[in-house]
Ligand binder design. Structure first.
Ligand SMILES: Cc1cc2nc3c(=O)[nH]c(=O)nc-3n(C[C@H](O)[C@H](O)[C@H](O)COP(=O)(O)OP(=O)(O)OC[C@H]3O[C@@H](n4cnc5c(N)ncnc54)[C@H](O)[C@@H]3O)c2cc1C
Length: 484
């Protein structure tokens, strides 16, 4: 999905979130903004408007008044000033993957960071500086030239930006922590247009808030990450079994992960088997249970470490073997094209009991769309090593996460969303009150507070009052400013 001056081919999607507010802003005089803005400004009058306003989740068919394709921090600052002067709601877009639709807005202004795509790898220092229009696929390809990586999304088109500012979770997390745990510094444009740099010693309070506090405090125009040796070739891939083996495979996987070293990143997926040549014909399109796993270490150790997954009950598909890190990171791409409708929920599990596994498996056959999936992800390892107060992210010691991804192509939103919510209700006895922020479509203000925890939420509110007292950045899992 490309935007701004890079034209995308139209996606044949049905969209129901049609808005009416374009005309409300049709008298907006963009002249003063154009005079100071180096990038491209796209309005409803432009031929490429429909491509430019499209986001990953087709539920959100919103019509911004202006899409400001920012090329640098100054473009971001002048756009913010213009938006505030005209009282326009502001949406910030990195990769456009927000399932909650936060990166677009009816009648407001989208600051689209796509043109900011610079990546500077310092292989000697094992660091990378990256601008916010970059996706994980682009960053992985750049760092893998040096055999390096940092924890990134499990799909190549996810934006580095909000992924990192949220609960950024990837295959490498058990070895190297969440994305924000590898963040070393950031450049931020604040709501008042000031550009500041942040790290552990400079504007350290803001830096703390960025590590999981969402896009609440400003627009990040550069991230600096720590890199680690990974790949370029490792052992990883997918095994797939027919759905009637779900109980056996699910419990086996839970026990396997209990003793697995942190070099193993993995997930259990209940889905419909892809209509792909690598799947035996009788299983194609049928309920299936898969394990995706990777071993981040020497090939021989990986082959031995993942062998039990290959040995279990003769899988119908066994693609676990040598693979490049870049290909591993793209493993879920084919199953998640843009332009489908998405509604997601997730929860942190206190433990993965037999009952919790049974419940996930029981929810699977009631699924309303063959594209929807249920996932169980083991956490632990380096994620749990980070002290609770080191970042806004709470619930680090939870051993497992469940994800319920409702994904469909028709317009019967109510039915598909109903299935996701019913699954969430069924899983409630096994979950804490917190969620993994990157994996939820909607979340109440109370749940945001409970996810951070009262103490950290208060600290975030103080930061919000200091850095964004007017709540300019409110299209997010919002932290309201502390009262003066
Ligand atoms: C198919 C798919 C796979 C995914 N896989 C994973 C996964 O493996 N692990 C995981 O943790 N998450 C995953 N996610 C969730 C993903 O991390 C979030 O949706 C995240 O918001 C994507 O980042 P983005 O830059 O594309 O977001 P966008 O949609 O561009 O932005 C959304 C929000 O972030 C804010 N924002 C964006 N850029 C900036 C910036 N530079 N500065 C400040 N605020 C900003 C916006 O204000 C907005 O609130 C996945 C999502 C999808 C759709």
């Amino acid at each position: 999905m490309r935007r701004c001056s890079v034209l995308a081919s139209p996606q044949p999607v049905a969209m129901s979130d049609t808005a009416t507010s374009v005309t409300r802003r049709s008298t907006l005089d963009l002249g003063p903004l154009r005079a100071r803005f180096a990038g491209e400004l796209i309005t409803p009058a432009d031929r490429r408007y429909d491509d430019a306003r499209r986001v990953f989740n087709a539920i959100f068919d919103r019509r911004p008044s202006v899409i400001a394709c920012a090329t640098n921090a100054s473009d971001v600052a002048v756009t913010l000033e213009f938006a505030r002067r005209h009282d326009l709601p502001v949406a910030v877009r990195g990769g456009g993957h927000s399932v909650a639709g936060y990166s677009t807005v009816d009648g407001g202004i989208v600051i689209d960071l796509l043109p900011m795509e610079r990546i500077l790898v310092d292989a000697t220092a094992r660091r990378v500086r990256v601008q916010p229009g970059v996706t994980w696929g682009e960053l992985d390809r750049a760092t893998q030239k040096h055999g390096l990586a940092t924890t990134g999304g499990r799909m190549t088109t996810t934006g580095v930006a909000r992924f990192t500012l949220g609960s950024g979770s990837g295959w490498l997390e058990r070895l190297h922590g969440l994305a924000c745990d590898n963040l070393l510094a950031a450049e931020v444009v604040l709501a008042d247009g000031h550009v500041v740099t942040t790290d552990d010693s400079e504007n350290a309070d803001l830096f703390w808030g960025l590590k999981g506090g969402g896009g609440n405090f400003g627009v990040v125009t550069e991230f600096e990450f720590r890199l680690h040796p990974a790949g370029p070739v490792l052992i990883g891939g997918l095994v797939l079994h027919p759905g009637d083996r779900a109980l056996e495979v699910g419990r086996f996987f839970r026990d396997f992960m209990r003793d697995a070293p942190r070099q193993v990143g993995a997930g259990l997926v209940l889905m419909h088997a892809p209509l792909a040549p690598f799947v035996p014909l009788p299983l194609q399109g049928q309920p299936a249970i898969g394990i995706i796993a990777a071993y981040f270490g020497p090939i021989e150790d990986g082959a031995a470490g993942l062998a039990p997954l290959k040995d279990l009950a003769s899988p119908a598909v066994d693609l676990i073997g040598p693979t490049s890190y870049v290909d591993l990171q793209a493993i879920t791409d084919a199953g998640n094209p843009p332009g489908r409708r998405n509604y997601w929920r997730s929860g942190l599990l206190t433990e993965l009991s037999d009952e919790a596994i049974d419940t996930v498996i029981t929810c699977s056959p009631t699924v309303t769309s063959p594209a929807s999936v249920l996932v169980l992800s083991p956490i632990g390892g380096a994620v749990a090593d980070v002290p609770d107060d080191a970042t806004p992210i709470s619930g680090r010691t939870a051993p497992w996460l469940y994800h319920c991804y409702g994904i469909w192509t028709d317009t019967d939103d109510e039915r598909h969303i109903g299935w996701v919510r019913a699954t969430e209700r069924a899983m409630r006895p096994f979950t804490t009150d917190g969620v993994a922020m990157n994996f939820v479509s909607d979340i109440s203000a109370g749940r945001v507070r409970r996810t951070f925890g009262d103490e950290k939420y208060r600290r975030l509110q103080e930061l919000k009052a200091k850095y964004d007292p007017e709540n300019v950045f409110r299209l997010n899992q919002n932290v309201t400013p502390a009262s003066p």
